[in-house]
Ligand binder design. Structure first.
Ligand SMILES: [Zn+2]
Length: 136
């Protein structure tokens, strides 16, 4: 049964991101002009401003560079509290904020290696695959 999550941001760019996730692929936008990799979803390259972007598959490998536990009910019961959030530095460079899968804050050490996984989730727009990270 899918986990209920707060509503995703949808629309141009975001829809493509989630479509790749539904295929089990984490893809970020690579600029065809300068080669820069951007995250979160952009309309134009954050490095050079080009709008020539392509979706590049990430390796799914990274390391935890920061983490925190949310104890305030920001989502009014949609997301049970407390919950852990991790900041993952992807092997390709960008920082990706996610949730840990199969481990919690007590298990985390700085620069702990992690690998991509997906969790079946649902929001008001329907079912989707949420990228999360497990211990590598
Ligand atoms: Zn660029």
């Amino acid at each position: 049964m899918p986990q209920t999550r707060p509503d995703r941001k949808l629309g141009p760019g975001h829809d493509e991101f989630w479509a790749w996730c539904s295929k089990g692929e984490l893809r970020l936008q690579r600029c065809k002009s300068c080669g820069g990799l951007s995250w979160p979803v952009i309309d134009a390259c954050e490095h050079c401003g080009s709008t020539e972007l392509e979706w590049e598959q990430m390796s799914g490998l990274g390391k935890v560079v920061s983490w925190c536990t949310f104890e305030h009910d920001y989502y009014r019961g949609v997301l049970p509290i407390p919950y852990d959030t991790i900041m993952v530095e992807l092997a390709e460079g960008p920082i990706f904020i996610s949730n840990p899968s199969g481990f919690g804050r007590e298990d985390i050490t700085f620069e702990m290696p992690v690998k991509l996984a997906f969790v079946d989730c649902v929001d008001s727009a329907g079912q989707f695959s949420l990228p999360v990270f497990a211990k590598a």
